[in-house]
Design a protein around this ligand. Sequence first.
Ligand SMILES: [Zn+2]
Ligand SMILES: [Zn+2]
Length: 275
Amino acid sequence: MIDLHIHTELSPDATGTFGQYVDSAIEHGLKIVGFTEHWDFDRFDPTCNFDIHRRSQDTCRKYCGPIEVLYGAEIGYHRIYEDYVTKCLDEVKLDFILGSVHEVEGLMIAEVSETGKFFERFGKRGFQIYFEAIANFAQDGIFDVLGHLDVIKRFSVLFDFPFREEQYKTQIIEILDILVARNKALEINTSGLRQPPGISYPSLKVVRWFFERGGKHVTIGSDSHEPAMVGRGCDETIQDLINMGIIDITIFKERYPVTLNVIGEPGRWVVRKLR
Ligand SMILES: [Zn+2]
Ligand SMILES: [Zn+2]
């Protein structure tokens, strides 16, 4: 029904045009999609994607109609660029900013070989170092939604470092508390369901902690990098949330959260908008 994390061919690691994504989304019964091209300010030249965002936003608008199309960006940045990033984001009118950490201690932790190097260098302490980086990122808070909170677990298991959230509960709660205090949303990224962990980033256990700490806004995204994957895992996750008694799913428009109340059976969900 909703997928707020999609990359088209305008992201360096994805394929598919806006049109192909929208067609696929309609085919899969989605009602709302949010495009989130990469905008990386960490490893790359911070200026490199700037025009892409302006141009892609114009293209994106043409596809609004049969389904609701939102336009966001997935940003990653190094703290030294913070002022520059804020200035860039102010210049492009986005519906939401998904803030993600992809690089820690100079290594891409969402990439298999660099995750290997990361754990080779830091061992089990790598998880602690990773969550410290996330806490700093959350503290800076120049985003609306924190993306894939524990994506470090994507490949850690392949290097004999399985992830157990209970072992890092104190650090995770600290991050969730920062999000709550700053009224930020937490993303449930369903790509983990089809990747080595077989579970979303973060798991629904962590989502429950977020609501228990006073969190109000969760978004759902597939992190699709090809049109056929759009919406993958999103309906199942919404149903799991409903089963847990959580019926509030958030989308963003012009940087404001809009909470949808999802009730009823899959395929016949009724959605009410709340502010
Ligand atoms: Zn990401
Ligand atoms: Zn992404």
